[in-house]
Design a protein around this ligand. Sequence first.
Ligand code: AMP
Ligand code: ZN
Ligand code: FE
Ligand code: FE
Length: 285
Amino acid sequence: MGKADLHIHTDASDGDCTPYEILEKAIEKGLHTISITDHDTIKGYKKARNSDLSQEIELLPGVEMSVRWGEKEVHLLSYCFDPDDEDVNILLLQQSGARRRRMARIVETLQKQGIDIDMDEVKAEAGFSNIGRPHAASVLMNKGVVASFNEAFIRYLSSEKLDHINAEYCTLSEAIRVMKKAGGVLSLAHPGPLYSSDEIEQMIDIGVDGLECIHPSHPYPVQKKFTKLAENRHLMITGGSDYHRPSKSGYEPYFGIVTLGEQYVEALKRTSRQRKALKNYGDNG
Ligand code: AMP
Ligand code: ZN
Ligand code: FE
Ligand code: FE
């Protein structure tokens, strides 16, 4: 049975590797299926899809969206949607805009704290990537404001420190509506300790199809708890390494190690096929 990794970042968002490098590594590790799930962009996925290496591995369309749900910001994984769907692409462009505006406000807040940083520096760090807090963290680190990436988050960039800065991301319902219309299947990313059972039930009621049971932040009992919940509620089960970059020692954290069984990938693909077939039936009827 082949192994899958359905949670990987590239330099199209806040990862270090190019989509091509991700394909090379995944093939080398013997993975059967992967999904590139950058933050609010599918540019990395599209580059991978258009490269010659995409013939040597199964590559599923994917994205990790940041969405608003009440007071919370939720990471929502979407898979197997039509990546050329107009509404999906419009929604992701809006998400990129929301990211840029949020970063401008984060930079302002840092400046008010007396930190020497400006938006152009963060934009230069991000380059063509979808901008995010890790780019600001790199700027702070390169300028010696902090000694490490982690310190940047602890002292300045964690959600708690930036409590009053909410991005204008789309809502959970809007993301679900647009993605499902394009045949997408939605999974709640790394639920770990982030939500109560009640909150998870509510998100399932809104239309979330599955849970990311397998994630590096989930110790085995947590993985088991979510797998059981998913099975009881007939939900999809997804998982992956959430890989961003090699560690300083050269070790690739969890890449090729935290993986998902093919049977779950098959269920995901089947659900998407059914969704697309139903839509075509509806469109023609
Ligand atoms: P953003 O997309 O701007 O909300 O930034 C979220 C990303 O920042 C996550 O996907 C992680 O890659 C990274 N991140 C969040 N918290 C930390 C942390 N404490 N240390 C290092 N990286 C973090
Ligand atoms: Zn990230
Ligand atoms: Fe996430
Ligand atoms: Fe992620």
